[in-house]
Design a binder for this molecule. Structure first.
Ligand code: ADP
Length: 172
């Protein structure tokens, strides 16, 4: 069977998938980085829906429509801020991936794209974050029949290389 995991170097707002994941902050009211790009591309209706959600805790995920994006849904998850690794960052980051996949599956999504959650302003080291991303997706997917494609959408060439290596190794 072909692997459901794919790595792309792209702007996540351009992807034609059922759901894209947003690395949001806990207010869900927009921010910089990928969050800002998603709000700009989806349009102002996204912020209106986000205002009704009462924020989101670290490690949890909430779903909105995709509005002007090619993606049908946006799953907003809040990654942990990196404090050196002793404040439960790894478990919280794994929860982001698990909860995002579960909410996507509960809305019947077949394809989902993740950015490199927490590795921008939140400072999580990319290699460590990518390991958690790939391991958690691999261990969660067998419980979720509907999801057939998971894309790790990297913005930089160096992130792409890190993910590609891990996904190739996981497929062997
Ligand atoms: P966090 O606050 O969770 O660290 P950031 O948005 O600062 O979130 O960064 C998360 C990742 O998203 C980084 O790897 C950053 O390069 C990437 N990123 C920024 N803009 C986009 C985009 N348009 N598409 C995909 N990834 C993006």
């Amino acid at each position: 069977m072909p692997s459901p995991l794919h790595v792309l170097q792209a702007d996540i707002t351009t992807l034609k998938v059922d759901a894209i994941v947003n690395a949001a902050n806990s207010s869900l009211l927009g921010g910089g980085g990928v969050d800002g790009a998603i709000h700009r591309a989806a349009g102002p209706e996204l912020l209106q829906e986000c205002r009704l959600l009462n924020g989101c805790k670290v490690g949890e995920a909430k779903l909105t429509k995709g509005y002007r994006l090619p993606a049908k849904f946006i799953i907003h998850t809040v990654g942990p801020v990196w404090h050196g690794g002793k404040r439960n960052e790894a478990d919280l980051l794994a929860s982001c991936y698990r909860n995002s996949l579960q909410i996507a599956a509960s809305h019947g999504a077949h394809s989902i794209a993740f950015p490199c959650i927490s590795t921008g302003v939140y400072g999580y080291p990319v290699e460590l974050a990518a390991q958690i991303a790939v391991t958690t997706v691999n261990s969660t997917l067998p419980q979720l029949d509907s999801i057939r494609e998971v894309i790790f959408c990297c913005f930089s060439a160096s992130d792409f290389a890190v993910y590609q290596k891990l996904v190739d190794a996981a497929a062997e």
